[in-house]
Design a protein around this ligand. Sequence first.
Ligand code: FAD
Ligand code: DHB
Length: 385
Amino acid sequence: MRTQVGIIGAGPAGLLLSHLLHLRGISSVVLERRSRAHVEQRVRAGVLEQGTVDTLVAAGVGERLLREGLPHSGIELRYGGAAHRIAFDKLVPDRRITVYGQQEVVKDLIAARLAAGGDLRFEVPDVAVHGLGAEPHVSFGGERLDCEVIAGCDGFHGVSRPSIPEGVLTVYERDYPFAWLGVLARVPPSAGELIYARNERGFALHSMRSPALSRFYLQVPPDADAGDWPDERVWAELKARLETVPGFTLATGEIVEKGVAPMRSFVAEPMQYGRLYLAGDAAHIVPPTGAKGLNLAVADVRVLTEALAAFFATGSARLLDGYSAARLPRVWRAQHFSWWMTSLLHTFDDDDAYARRLQLSHLDYVTSSEAAAATLAENYVGMPW
Ligand code: FAD
Ligand code: DHB
């Protein structure tokens, strides 16, 4: 079997790359380890930057996103018994975010690829990457896929990055001493905008998916098990961390999904080796507080698509050779922002009274200085491309 681009992983990065390449007349095969139902039901990110929305709409996969997505022009920072709005509409007037579940993006992309006769293979076992120098190919379940380029879009735990020989990559990473418990509940959102709450008990986030579905996150210990969080405990903790301003009551309802996500920062440099190019979580991870992971994956794929289109049209590898160098400055900007938002809003066990006062002072600065708020807003909605 032969194709131009062998894509490993049917997350947002792999699926969007396959779709954008198709629009440029470039063939690809997507190999995914899990089932279609699994990737379509995996509840993860929800915040799309303007640039991500623009990319999906321009690629013809934004129809449902424009219909069902929830545009937001501000977020709330809640701490010290008060609510503070970061007004994107005032601070970055031409840009906003859209709340639309990652699994809905994945569903839309799978539908578009299948409608166009795309070759997506699910439940593919034993994917391995070979011949990165001269003869790139992918083996899986006793079959062989020959390709001119391999795109490693297989997330943090995939096979692509580990197939790069030792000594090539420089890895930068940081683990955080906490995780997030994510919860999806059948209850209308209790506020119109996202609430990022800093609380002595730990961080809490109020988000949403639709007028009838709310999404929440709680800072929990790094080894927490969702099984230790029965619904009553989740609601009690959310109320304790969010019902801290006068007049705010958290509406409760049936919890339909619950999961624990670790918090990690990670970058592998360079994001390429031979004819293998890494995109999305395969190359870098951010803690979710800045809502950047999915958006970075989409931005990687945009740049990689341009480089591949130039390569297949002219034979010039100039853009492909520069792929990693083109992406890393933006990847590091998102790294810093995500680390900063995480540090600003979470409680750290080893923080002393001085560290807690510094954190509160910084929150006061962000919520009272227009310049500081504009920095948060600009990074949150996404820097212009
Ligand atoms: P993935 O979505 O991880 O896709 C990789 C795919 O590769 C998977 O389908 C996997 O099954 C497949 N795969 C892995 N190994 C193999 C193999 N050996 N062979 C074949 N296939 C393989 N980001 C945001 O931008 N905004 C947010 O609000 C946000 N919130 C988040 C909340 C949570 C709780 C979590 C966990 C993440 C959040 N993120 C957020 C991050 C975002 O979900 C990821 O950055 C995004 O999924 C990256 O997409 P990807 O396609 O690179 O990787
Ligand atoms: C959501 C996830 C995030 O990581 C975040 O910062 C904001 C919202 C969400 O899933 O809705």
